[in-house]
Design a protein around this ligand. Structure first.
Ligand code: SF4
Length: 237
């Protein structure tokens, strides 16, 4: 894909959504870190439902460490893989307290040393909490980048490196959310909805998915249009 088309895609996504952001609910970098760890292979909605109750009672490393794995598990048990996520979060809280003064570190290296935090989670925290122009390549971004031709690659890291190289600098910070939202709601996994896609003419994917045929409606019959005569109710004698 040439640079003009790439820039055109981001100009359009920006015009439609000038200030994209995460759908995870959070108020502090620590809440975001916990929410992102919980969101692996889970929907943002399920995470928000759990964290609304959790953060109301414990939203700091000390408070969650005090809950312990069992206590935390009670709040997050509706989320997939909750036991291992609870374990990682409690271990992460201990490290934040022991090594970072209870704060979330601002470097990728320090973030990636926390249990349950890989490159993708670290990138989300750096981008969303600290405003760094980095891209966390999740399943949506991986698919959209490859389908459109924005940045092709066999692994998330390959796609991330190409996006970092090819996305115009003014779009780098928000690229992450534009592509996630585009993949989540339009360029969907099993069947991209090309007929209603705002960047269809700039995207390399072929063949485009056509609009679904309008549903056939059964012709109305004469009988259905007329009202059956009402039977007079029998009067009391
Ligand atoms: S045209 Fe289709 S494949 Fe291309 S980005 Fe839009 S929905 Fe995805």
């Amino acid at each position: 894909m040439n640079p003009a088309r790439r820039a055109g895609i981001f100009a359009r996504l920006k015009a439609l959504n000038p200030k994209p952001t995460t759908e995870l609910e959070y108020r502090t970098p620590f809440e975001l870190l916990v929410a992102v760890i919980l969101s692996a292979q889970a929907t943002d909605r399920s995470v928000n439902l759990a964290t609304r109750e959790l953060f109301a009672v414990a939203n700091s490393p000390a408070a969650i460490a005090a809950l312990g794995e069992e206590g935390l598990g009670e709040y997050v048990r509706t989320i997939g893989l909750y036991r291992s996520k609870a374990k990682h979060i409690v271990q992460t809280c201990a490290i934040l307290l022991a090594e970072h003064g209870g704060e979330v570190p601002r470097t990728r290296e320090a973030l990636e040393r926390l249990p349950g935090v890989g490159r993708k989670t670290a990138n989300v925290v750096l981008n969303v909490a600290f405003g760094e122009p980095v891209i966390a390549v999740d399943t949506h971004i991986f698919r959209v980048a490859n389908r459109t031709g924005l940045a092709t690659g066999r692994t998330p890291l390959e796609v991330e490196r190409r996006l970092m190289r090819f996305v115009p600098p003014q779009y780098l910070h928000d690229c992450h959310h534009w592509l996630i939202l585009h993949g989540r709601y339009i360029c969907k996994a099993p069947r991209p909805e090309c007929w209603r896609c705002p960047i269809a003419d700039l995207c390399d994917y072929r063949p485009k998915t056509p609009a679904p045929a309008p549903r056939a409606t059964a012709p109305r019959t004469t009988a259905s249009r007329t009202t059956a005569p009402r039977t007079p109710r029998a009067g009391r004698s």
